[in-house]
Design a protein around this ligand. Structure first.
Ligand code: FES
Ligand code: FES
Length: 180
């Protein structure tokens, strides 16, 4: 008779879910929140599924399209590649936190003025990415904007108008940038 190590029986689903849960406290759009969630959850899913902040879009879910871009402490990140647990104690800004229809952020107003979207799916990510770019407070040319925004894809091909909108706002020194 041979000695064979048999695999352990699988843990119960209750035990698995308890082991996988974690509590994360974070500031989102300047409000403190604490969420108990699966420790494997991405920031994108935490925002959309747990906090119902669905302005942040899930495009590729693989770090390829930029639709999920948000700010963490003022820096742009791909929320689909960020584990929610790693943002504990930090400040997250999403598209919902920068303006509303009555008080749009200058970039939102510029996107409308320059017709910088068609379906609008990529637009929240484009705007959050552009806010971080403007937050670098350096002179920008069209070519620099194209390069710096190259991680944000637009399937509708609104690129020229997106660049025009960002350039217009870049020329205004009083653009509000979320604090870190
Ligand atoms: Fe995150 Fe595409 S959904 S990069
Ligand atoms: Fe449709 Fe950019 S406006 S993907």
């Amino acid at each position: 008779m041979s000695n064979i190590d048999l695999p352990s029986p699988p843990a119960s689903s209750a035990a698995r879910s308890m082991a996988a849960s974690i509590s994360t406290s974070v500031r989102v759009n300047d409000s403190a929140v604490t969420v108990v969630h699966d420790c494997r959850m991405t920031l994108l899913d935490l925002l959309r599924d747990e906090l119902t902040l669905t302005g942040t879009k899930k495009g590729c879910d693989h770090g390829q399209c930029g639709a999920c871009t948000v700010l963490i402490d003022g820096q742009r990140v791909l929320s689909c590649l960020t584990l929610a647990a790693t943002v504990a104690g930090r400040s997250v800004q999403t598209i919902e936190g920068i303006g509303d229809p009555d008080h749009p952020h200058p970039l939102q107003a510029a996107f409308i003025e320059h017709d910088a979207f068609q379906c609008g799916f990529c637009t929240p990510g484009q705007i959050m990415s552009a806010i971080a770019l403007l937050g670098q407070r350096r002179p920008l040319t069209k070519e620099m904007i194209k390069e710096q925004m190259s991680g944000n894809l637009c399937r509708c091909g609104a690129y020229n108008n997106i660049v025009d909108a960002i350039l217009k706002v870049a020329q205004n020194a009083s653009v509000p940038i979320p604090s870190r």
